[in-house]
Structures are given as structure tokens and as C-alpha cells.
Design a protein around this ligand. Structure first.
Ligand code: SF4
Ligand code: SF4
Length: 586
């Protein structure tokens, strides 16, 4: 049975999943009757005529940013530096020394320039579109305050004093747990591979339980979403036991980052579902074998189709995860989205990931090969015509007003996705029965909704009678939902039910869609993990995607895999030489 006791702001499939204020709103809507039943053909005509309308983002002066001065444990927080040019701390790509970097506009792009006293000057493109870059940072509602029980209590240097430290401003939104560095593929773009490392990192099941417990012990917000990763986590001999352990420890959402090979076996998919798995974070680099040959060294298109079918039958969900490499598969960004729409009953999200250069790359090649989130937003627009780069995308962290309001109403802290605005962007597509996909921004004034939710969350903290606030939250949602612009059949009631489904997995994991309770949605997002060339300490300090490690620490993703690459240190410390492991497995 699926368990999702918390039902609050969550990352679904590594992406934004929404809010649970709607649980109350849904109840209020039901109690007020059927006032928002669609008006048949009139509505259809209106929708056809108006579906290209967009809402301009609310001007930033419409909201007050509440910026905490310190983390929970008293470390000062430097407010997010905005505008251009600006300076930040970065790393030397050669020696990893912490060095100052300047970020500035250059011919419509945003570039980072830095110089190491030993290794000279470096330059990288952070965004190919300054206008989109500036929009992202406008939509920031203030930082989080980290954890109350950091492992490193008097940290001074980021990212060296890691795991989690007193300076970190976010708690874990989604936590990864590597089960192995072995894999059943040898991908050229992989950063975790036993064959090239020469050792096997494979924690025992007891160590896995210990790491899960560390995540659950995080305070003031316990870890709720775990993703088993690797290597290929399904080759871990006790993979099913690890899933069950996560379920027993109370994780509300359990997912696996996988290449899908094992899920091409129907029995395995069914066993994983029964052990507690909710979602596959499925490597999905393209729709043709020429792409897979280049990114994964093997034809995989047909295998992915089989895995999708088996997951559908088992009743789980899939998030496609394309690693985008310029000149290799960036021309298939739109095709991937179309395959997701064709399988909307089982694919709930896509998390596009521009490749990070974890090895060395020639300086001349760097600018021509870099694919940024702005490139991604423009590619979606060019290749599908669905999303406008400036109107339909918002940074991941802009959902914090919803989570703040939820916290205030419930009187307890919930997960806040307080990452840096340049880390990720995303949008929700609502998909009609005929397969037409419409971004939520076309029929809901998301900007104004966020501003009012944020203001309301501050009011609620001081109010004693929370019921008025629940009605106010409902009013905010109602006011900014425009049914005459929504896809056919999407009433306000159905809109609320769908939002509820995104947070309460009892409604969001398939069955309710078949019953017509929710409307089908596709979360489309991009997250740009950092490498040494574009490293920004302001981003990693705010990271919400974490790793649990067997040393009892929790590391932000971009410190674990990029920058200081704690992965290498941890794996070496807890590994067995490859030959020795092969002998025991033989
Ligand atoms: S990345 Fe976060 S936890 Fe790590 S050193 Fe920096 S502030 Fe501390
Ligand atoms: S620091 Fe890296 S992993 Fe963390 S939120 Fe930003 S891009 Fe994602």
C-alpha cells in the first residue's frame, strides 16, 4: 500500500510536486457545490481562442522578501546577490582552490570569469540568455535556515567543511543514497563507475539502514523523499530489502535512479513495487538508438519502451531523466517531451539535466559545448512550441510560499525547497484527453498567486483562528484560476483535486486518474548540476538535493559529485578493491 502520511510540499521524481493547502481548498470547493462546472462548447471555443494568452510575471516590488539573518544554528546568511555584475566564490578547475569569480553580462549571455594565481584565467557561460537569468533570480522568496542538528557545527569554509554544516541554508528536499558503484552499463557520461574506479563501493544493508535513519533524524524537518542511486542501484544484491527498509522507516516517497535494464523484466518491476518503490527516475537520453550509442554505448530505445510498459502494469510512475549533451541529443529535447505526453498515464515528470563536465575539457571547447538551462528553455520552445521561455518557466524555489503557508497553518515546519534560483527551472503542463498540453501559467496567474500566498503565510503565523486563513488560501487559488483559459474539462474543482493529487500520493499514483478524479499533468523541469568551471558557492550552500553517506554525514549533491567531490573520498574509504569483490561475486 502506498503511504504518504505527510502529504505536504514535496519533490516528486526529483521535481516540484506542489502544495497541500489544496486539501482544505478542495473540501471548501466541495462544500460550495458545483459552481464551476465547464460550460461545454462555449468553453471549448473560448479555450481555442485564448489558449496562447500568457500572464506577465508579477513585478518584483509586489512581494516582500523575508530573508533570515542566520541559519538555525546562528551562522550568518549572506542574502542572495542579485543583478549583474556581481562576485561570488568559485573553484579553480585545475587545483580546486577557492577563488573569487565575477559574473557579468556579455553579448546577451551571462558569463563567469575567474583567475587562479597558479593556473590562470577561466571563463564559462552560465546562461545563454541574460533576460531569463534575471527573471529566475527575481522569483526568490528568501532563504531557508538549514538544520538544527548539523554535523559540522562551527563551519567556516564552504564547500570544504561539508556534511551538513552550520552554514548550509536548506534541509534535504530529496536525498540520494548510493547502493553501489557497479553498473550493468559502461556509460561515457557517468561519474560513478566501478570499472573505471578500480574499486567497488557497496554499503551493507545495515549501513544502508543507518544512512536512511540519518535522513529521518534530520531536524527540524525529517527527510521524507529518498532516491536510491549508484552506479546502477538495481544491481545491489539486496535492492528490494533496501526499498522495504525505506518504507519501514517512514519515507513518504521512494524512488530509484535507474537505466531501466532490470525493469525490462516484468517480474522485477512488480517485486519492486511490492517492496515499496513509487517512482523510477529513468535515464532517458533520447528516442533513437544513435543517441544511446553515444551516451550509453549501447542500443537502448526498445528496452526503455519495455521498462515503461512494465512500470505501467505494476502501477508505478516514471520521471524521464535525459542528460543533455550539446550536439549529441539536444535536438531531441522536444521528442522526449512528446514521448512523455504519449505515455502520460505513467510518465509524470521529465527532469532534463544539462551535462556537467566532471573531467577536464579544453578551454576552447568549453563555451561551444556548454548547454545551459536557458538553452534548454529555448529548445523546448523551438522544438515543441509549448512553453514560452520567459512566461512559463519559474525557478524550483518559487514554491516556498506554498510550503511556508502550509507550515504556518499546521504550526510545524515542512519541507521548503529553498535552493538557489539558478539551479533549476520548471513548469507544469496540464494535458487534456486529446493530448493537448497547456502550461499552468496560461490559465493560472502563478506570479500573483505566489505573492499572495507568501503574504498570507506571514499573516497566518500571528493569527489564532486558522480557519480564516484556510478560506483565504482557497480565495487566492480561486481568484487566480481562469477557467475560460484552461484546457477543456479543467474546472476549478478539478484543478484543486489535481494539485491535491500531486501532493497526496493516494490520489496521484494512477488509480485516481483512471477514475477521473485528477487531471493529467506533466512536470517539466531542468536542473543544471555544477562542475568546476561554473561552480558557485552561493548555489551549493543552498542545495536541497543531498546524499546520505556511511560516515553519518549528509552532503549536498554539488559538493558530493562536483567541486570537492566528496564521493571519491567516501567511496575510497568504504570500498573493496574491484578484483577482491569480483572474486566474492563469482
Ligand atoms: S555545501 Fe553546505 S554543508 Fe557543505 S560546506 Fe557548504 S554550506 Fe556547509
Ligand atoms: S547545488 Fe546542484 S544539486 Fe543542489 S540544487 Fe543546485 S544544481 Fe541542484
Amino acid at each position: 500500500m502506498d503511504s504518504h502520511p505527510n502529504g505536504d510540499i514535496s519533490l516528486s521524481n526529483g521535481c516540484i510536486s506542489g502544495l497541500n493547502i489544496v486539501n482544505w481548498a478542495v473540501k471548501i470547493a466541495h462544500s460550495l457545490g458545483k459552481a464551476w462546472i465547464p460550460r461545454g462548447s462555449d468553453l471549448k471555443l473560448l479555450y481555442r481562442a485564448m489558449s496562447t494568452a500568457t500572464f506577465a510575471p508579477a513585478p518584483p516590488e509586489r512581494f516582500t522578501i523575508v530573508q533570515p539573518k542566520t541559519t538555525h544554528t546562528g551562522a550568518p546568511i549572506r542574502p542572495l546577490p542579485k543583478g549583474l555584475p556581481k562576485t561570488t566564490q568559485s573553484l579553480c578547475p585545475e587545483c580546486s582552490a577557492l577563488i573569487e569569480a565575477r559574473i557579468r553580462e556579455d553579448r546577451g549571455r551571462v558569463v563567469m570569469e575567474k583567475s587562479c594565481p597558479e593556473h590562470g584565467a577561466f571563463r564559462d557561460v552560465l546562461s545563454s540568455d541574460v533576460r531569463l537569468y534575471l527573471k529566475m533570480e527575481e522569483w526568490s522568496f528568501g532563504d531557508g535556515r538549514g538544520v538544527t542538528n548539523p554535523t559540522v557545527v562551527e563551519a567556516k569554509r564552504c564547500p570544504e567543511d561539508c556534511g551538513l554544516c552550520s552554514m548550509h541554508t536548506s534541509h534535504s528536499g530529496l536525498a540520494n543514497l548510493d547502493l553501489t558503484n557497479r553498473c550493468n552499463l559502461t556509460c561515457p557520461v557517468c561519474f560513478a563507475n566501478a570499472n573505471t574506479a578500480g574499486y567497488v563501493y557497496e554499503p551493507s544493508l545495515d549501513q544502508v539502514r543507518g544512512m536512511l535513519q540519518t535522513l529521518r533524524d534530520e531536524k527540524p524537518v525529517a527527510g521524507r523523499i529518498v532516491q536510491f542511486s549508484g552506479g546502477e542501484p538495481t544491481v545491489y544484491p539486496q535492492f528490494l530489502e533496501a526499498l522495504s527498509a525505506a518504507r519501514e522507516l517512514g519515507f513518504s516517497h521512494i524512488q530509484v535512479a535507474t537505466n531501466g535494464i532490470r525493469f525490462a523484466e516484468p517480474e522485477f518491476a512488480q517485486q519492486a513495487k511490492e517492496a515499496g518503490l513509487h517512482t523510477l527516475y529513468l535515464q532517458f537520453d533520447g528516442v533513437t538508438d544513435d543517441v544511446y550509442l553515444r551516451t550509453r554505448g549501447r542500443r537502448l530505445a526498445e528496452l526503455k519502451s519495455r521498462a515503461i510498459e512494465n512500470v505501467r502494469k505494476a502501477g508505478m510512475k516514471i520521471c524521464f531523466v535525459p542528460t543533455i549533451v550539446k550536439g549529441v541529443n539536444d535536438h531531441q529535447v522536444g521528442d522526449i517531451l512528446r514521448v512523455a505526453l504519449d505515455n502520460i498515464d505513467v510518465v509524470s515528470a521529465i527532469s532534463y539535466q544539462p551535462v556537467a563536465f566532471t573531467g577536464r575539457i579544453a578551454r576552447a571547447e568549453l563555451e561551444s559545448k556548454r548547454f545551459t538551462l536557458a538553452d534548454f528553455a529555448h529548445a523546448v520552445h523551438r522544438q515543441t512550441g509549448i512553453c514560452d521561455p520567459y512566461e512559463d518557466w519559474f525557478p524550483l524555489a518559487c514554491v516556498t510560499p506554498f510550503s511556508k503557508l502550509l507550515s504556518a497553518l499546521r504550526g510545524e515546519l515542512t519541507t521548503h525547497l529553498s535552493c538557489h534560483p539558478q539551479c533549476s527551472l520548471g513548469t507544469y503542463l496540464f494535458v487534456s484527453r486529446s493530448g493537448e498540453a497547456v502550461p499552468v501559467t496560461r490559465f493560472a496567474d502563478i506570479g500573483a498567486m505566489l505573492c499572495e500566498m507568501d503574504a498570507l503565510s506571514r499573516k497566518v503565523e500571528t493569527q489564532r483562528i486558522k480557519m480564516f486563513s484556510k478560506i483565504s488560501a482557497w480565495n487566492v487559488l480561486r481568484k487566480h484560476f481562469h477557467e475560460n483559459r484552461a484546457p477543456e474539462g479543467l474546472t476549478f474543482n478539478k484543478f484543486l483535486q489535481t494539485l491535491q493529487g500531486l501532493t497526496d500520493k493516494r490520489y496521484g499514483r494512477g488509480e485516481s486518474e483512471q477514475e477521473g478524479f485528477t487531471f493529467k499533468t506533466l512536470m517539466v523541469a531542468g536542473m543544471h548540476f555544477m562542475d568546476h568551471y561554473n561552480y558557485d558557492v552561493e548555489r551549493v550552500k543552498r542545495c536541497v538535493i543531498h546524499y546520505a553517506a556511511p560516515d553519518g554525514r549528509i552532503y549536498p549533491f554539488c559538493a558530493y559529485n562536483g567541486g570537492p567531490t566528496f564521493r571519491e573520498r567516501i567511496e575510497k574509504q568504504y570500498s573493496t578493491p574491484l578484483a577482491e569483490k569480483q572474486a566474492t561475486l563469482a
